[in-house]
Design a protein around this ligand. Structure first.
Ligand code: PYL
Length: 269
């Protein structure tokens, strides 16, 4: 997924209320509801309230993104967790989190964003968590079922592949736009029941769209209908500003909150 900038992160924190309000409007659930539904179809008790979760800044590679760990802690706090950012980064930060009684440690470098579940000895990865959370949001926004629904999936990177698996498992007819032939073949060879299509063909058949591409602004207002619902976990969105304006809350788009919420629920379930 595209690396966030400090400006992105600042915008995310100030936009969280509006994002969650839009999510409730279109999907009927806030962040906590989406996270809980993504871990289990039946109602499930996940002890989010009061869980002790630490976010550790990581300096390796391109380094700390100012505000990133704080944003993770703010999102976790919205779920009812007791969340904080460690004073120290890296290994010292992990040591600090453990000494402070953290149940789960959130940390990201340039390649992976994980929640290290210290209670159960598990490692929860952001990519599949984000994919599953967005599929859950799309399913809820589409009326509660994706069975037999045509979903256009853009991109078969790590998030796109995980989304394809979940969409197929929910009974969706998944049409995929992926220009990289090797990625497409790899997905088909592991038996994923997906239909390769070109963009125009997919747009003409699908009103549910999952955007998992790193490219932005190639679907315009004229390409969407009053029934279009778009799940867009990454930055930038495939939808132009005018398409986003037409979609309103049907453009479900935020690059961190849903993934963090699902990671927390997966770690604590
Ligand atoms: C996990 C996010 C979601 C979208 N893009 C991904 C990203 O920006 N990854 C890089 C995260 C680096 C964090 C940095 C820090 O501040 O701890 N190492």
């Amino acid at each position: 997924m595209t690396r966030l900038t400090p400006e992105d992160v600042g915008g995310l924190i100030s936009n969280l209320d509006a994002f969650e309000a839009g999510l409730r409007e279109i999907a009927g659930f806030g962040l906590r509801g989406i996270a809980l539904r993504s871990v289990a179809r039946a109602p499930v008790c996940v002890p989010l309230i009061g869980a002790r979760l630490a976010a550790v800044p990581i300096t390796s590679g391109e380094g700390i993104i100012s505000g990133f760990a704080d944003c993770v802690a703010v999102i976790l706090g919205r779920l009812g967790c007791e969340a904080w950012v460690t004073a120290q980064p890296d290994v010292r930060g992990i040591q600090e989190a453990v000494a402070q009684g953290a149940d789960v440690v959130f940390m990201a470098d340039d390649h992976r964003f994980i929640a290290l579940d210290l209670v159960h000895g598990r490692c929860i990865d952001d990519d599949p968590a984000t994919a599953d959370g967005y599929v859950t949001a799309l399913e809820a926004a589409a009326g509660g079922s994706l069975l037999g629904r045509h979903v256009l999936l853009l991109g078969l990177g790590p998030v796109g592949r995980a989304a394809a698996r979940r969409l197929v498992s929910y009974g969706a007819a998944v049409e995929v736009v992926e220009p990289d032939e090797a990625r497409l073949q790899a997905a088909l060879e592991v038996g994923l029941k997906i239909q390769p299509v070109d963009l125009a063909e997919g747009l003409s058949r699908c009103d549910l769209i999952f955007d998992a591409t790193p490219e932005g602004g190639f679907i315009d207002a004229g390409d969407v209908t009053p029934l279009t619902i778009a799940a867009v976990p990454g930055l930038p969105s495939a939808f132009t500003a005018s398409a986003q304006a037409v979609l309103g809350s049907r453009h479900i788009h935020e690059p961190l909150a849903i993934g963090v919420a699902v990671m927390a629920a997966r770690a604590l379930v």
